[in-house]
Design a protein around this ligand. Sequence first.
Ligand code: HEM
Length: 451
Amino acid sequence: MSQKKLPGPGLWFLLRNGRQLSADPLAAFELLAQYGDMVLLALGPRRMVFINHPDLVREVMVTKAAQFQKSKLLKRVFEDSVGNNVFTGDGDFWKRQRHLMQPAFHTRRIGAYANIMVSHARQLVDGWRDGQTLSVSREMMHLTMGIVTKALFDADLRDDSAGAAFSRLFEVVGHRIARQNSVRLPYWLPTRENRAVRQSVAAIDRVLQPIIEERRQSGRDTGDLLSMLVMASEGGGMSDDQLRNEVMTLFGAGYETTANTLTWTFYLLSQHPEVEAKLLDEIDRVLPTGRPVTLDDLARLPYTEMVIKEAMRCYPTSVAISRDAVEDVEIGGYVIPRGTMVVLSQWTLHHDPRFCDEPARFRPERFSVENEANIDRYAYLPFGVGPRICLGNAFAMMEARLALATILQHYRLTPAPGYIMHPDFRFTLRPSGGLPMVARRRKIENSSSSP
Ligand code: HEM
């Protein structure tokens, strides 16, 4: 590959363990990390380099970002559902799309979304009963889907059919990624998996197309993200297909990730009563009468933010990021040939004791103002890093904090008897089985007024 030879598991090892490793991507990343900070995985002509050190992450994602693009693998696994879009695209196309959408995510603008986030969270808990067993994953998806469609598309959507369709799509995408080295059948073949993708896409289209159509027909300019996209398409800056791809991408990227983050947070709180008690104490002190949380309250809820950041460290919903080298490029003293896929994993970086003290412990204090300065930003990257950092990161952080505070004002969630959690990778990481938990109404007297 270059002057020096990269370490990595041999062909024989891969043939023997390939099936098991592709069934468990987290185990695969952990195994690769044992070989070193830069590991070569070669199967026939396909080459992948796994990097597991913040200095290498910085090189690939920031200083030499121009020599990389989104991986062909990522583009391929999404090509028959959301096509080319701001998430998978590159070059001038990506720049144009990101530039077009950016205003909807400016800090000033997302402040206006706070009311939507709080009122949706309040409506969610208003529908719960004391002692009810809930699928936390499903409830959080329902919540974040409603928020993202209201905030970005000014539409009311809490349709479970779209959520189920996205879940199925991500499951197939997860399988496709895990099987990257096996024989690839064309997506037009009517295999069970390809049919599942087509059905999921049709179900999502049935929900999203009327929203796009309504905005087009009404000519309403609400100044939201959908208006920006529709105006760009009408001005000739984007085809109808492109508009649909972007709406679908933002919808998918915008709800599932935040829902998983909240779900993991509830799981971790249920396993760490001392953290939960401290968090409830903060929320009750800042919002003593159970009044609705506001944007201004967030500055007085630092522990709430620390808990979410630590939950994203322990269980990052995005577990890996991939790029392809567009030319021969030197990384960590090795020449990576053009076309090689480079992969980093938030899962291994966030749990590496070299970059994080006692990584197995859930300890939100590591994100206090004084401690956070010690965290290497290239070893903690739930939202990615560099020019392709998550467009919705500020939106998601605000949403997660407001939703968590609102829910915990009203309910505690305790583990359902007998539940055993396994992390479940379906393109994003979530707890297995939808995370069943029992809702316990809190004694605190809440004001009756809805926000
Ligand atoms: C906790 C919630 C979220 C997490 C953990 C998350 C994670 C990520 C990560 C890791 C990336 C970078 C991928 C890469 O570099 O290859 C990304 C990109 C992106 N995310 Fe998020 N995301 C979240 C919420 C959101 C929300 C709420 C939206 C929009 C409403 C959103 C929209 C996007 C978009 C459009 C990109 C592509 C940006 C680009 O390539 O320029 N995300 N996200």
